[in-house]
Design a protein around this ligand. Structure first.
Ligand code: ATP
Ligand code: MG
Length: 430
């Protein structure tokens, strides 16, 4: 008989079906064995009742161990008490492989052990839920951008120069020359927008982050939309529309996953535009009142982000950071040259920054000055300067971190669980 996936069992009530999967866990009640089976699409309780099957099949149900691979057949029954609302009355079971001593048992394990066994840990229910949310988030991002006039432009991973500061660069060798793993595709998409109007890249970014935090990965995925003829205001509008779309789509598509994760979804439902905004300078004053004083001109650390965001139910934009806090390509605020036309989006509930972005410098002269001031290798940026020589326009863009967004939507503590095989400070295995 053809395989039925657990996500589709509702269509087969009262019918005999076959499920191919693995044993998640088992409860032994003597003549009744309750097998929790997963097949990648979901889990279902399978009930083996001694009286209703051959002695041989019942023996197999007794013998099967955690994470054995198996094929089961039986009748689908609706049952309110069962997780998911359905169960399978087992008639036959075939063990594909009888697993011995699966390392991750239902008892508590330490995080190092789980990370060493990440290749197996992925099978656990919460990890399954988180990574399905990740997939839904990525789908929502792509749908939003593809349906709103953005063209996908894949930018290179091997690059000749830094764009987000040299301290986090991964260096490699390129036929006898130095090359670096990309930290961001933005500079390249400042070129593609002059050909296509609105573009985005979506790929991995590499940053050798030297401090251990629960918000930083060494390899993470970022979507970076870039728009010609868009100012900071327009940029923020796109950001709030995109973020609320991602959240609302995920709430629709991942209700089951968020329930497994015990996420309080009422906190996500209200996240619709417009998002609140506060200037960096006002935020500094607020921080002082809150006892998180910071000298004007310094970039926020995690405690400052958390304090500001705690005042709002929605993500909040902090805009117009001092130019000195931001990268060389940020546009200057015409009303105050100390400020940049930049904005970060801070998630509520202490999840920190999920987007960094702003308006890019349109002026050749200003860019040349910044490149010199910051001792950046001018030759590597000649092509970038051309974009200001030949038809420069006001333009803006931003980078949204996929894993930060998934951490926030799932309501989990640490970013490392939001990517199948995390690269973290000091860990590259498995
Ligand atoms: P932070 O100050 O938190 O390190 P950043 O200012 O370096 O962030 P940007 O360069 O603006 O971040 O990158 C855009 C987005 O990419 C961030 O808002 C965040 O969502 C994500 N991001 C940046 N660095 C990391 C990282 N090491 N791991 C995971 N996501 C990251
Ligand atoms: Mg950083």
């Amino acid at each position: 008989m053809d395989q039925v996936y657990i996500r589709d069992v509702a269509k087969y009530i009262g019918q005999q079906i076959t499920i191919k999967g693995w044993l998640y866990n088992k409860t032994d009640k003597g003549r009744l064995q309750f097998l929790m089976i997963r097949d990648g699409t979901g889990m279902i309780q399978v009930v083996a009742f001694k009286k209703e099957m051959t002695a041989e099949a019942f023996e197999a149900a007794l013998a099967v161990t955690q994470e054995s691979s198996l094929i089961v057949s039986g009748i689908v029954r609706q049952d309110e008490r069962a997780a998911g609302g359905f169960e399978l009355s087992l008639s036959d079971i075939q063990i594909v492989q009888l697993t011995q001593d699966y390392p991750i048992t239902p008892k508590e394990h330490g995080i190092d052990f789980l990370m060493d066994n990440r290749h197996l840990w992925l099978r656990s229910r919460n990890q399954w839920a988180i990574l399905r949310v990740r997939s839904a988030v990525i789908r929502a991002i792509r749908d939003y951008l593809d349906n709103n006039g953005f063209i996908l432009m894949d930018t290179p991973i091997l690059t000749p120069a830094a764009c987000e500061g040299t301290t986090t660069l991964f260096e490699t060798e390129y036929f006898g020359e130095k090359a670096y793993l990309t930290q961001s595709g933005q500079l390249y998409n400042e070129a593609t927008i002059m050909a296509f109007g609105r573009t985005y890249c979506f790929g991995p970014a590499f940053r050798a982050e030297k401090s251990k935090t629960r918000r930083h990965l060494i390899e993470f995925w970022m979507v970076e939309p870039e728009m010609a003829y868009a100012d900071l205001e327009e940029c923020l509008r796109v950001e709030e529309n995109l973020v609320s779309y991602i959240i609302q789509r995920t709430l629709e598509e991942c209700a089951e996953e968020l329930k497994i994760l015990e996420r309080d979804t009422s906190r996500l439902e209200g996240i619709v535009p417009p998002f609140p905004r506060i200037s960096y300078t006002d935020a500094i004053a607020v921080l002082k009142e809150m006892g998180e004083e910071l000298p004007w001109g310094e970039d926020f650390g995690a405690p400052h982000e958390v304090a500001i965001a705690s005042r709002y139910d929605k993500p909040v934009f902090v805009h117009r950071y001092p130019a000195q806090c931001k990268a060389f390509y940020m546009e200057t605020d015409p009303l105050d040259p100390q400020l940049s036309l930049s904005a970060d989006l801070l998630a509520p509930e202490g999840y920190g920054e999920i987007i960094g972005g702003g308006q890019r410098t349109a002026s050749l002269e200003l860019l040349e000055r910044r490149i010199a001031e910051q001792n950046l290798p001018r030759e590597a940026f000649e092509w970038y300067l051309d974009l200001r020589r030949y038809g420069t326009v006001p333009h803006s863009g931003f980078g949204l971190g996929v894993e930060r967004t998934v951490t926030f939507i799932c309501g989990i503590h640490h970013i490392r669980e939001t990517i199948p095989f995390p690269r973290t400070l000091g860990r590259i295995y498995p």
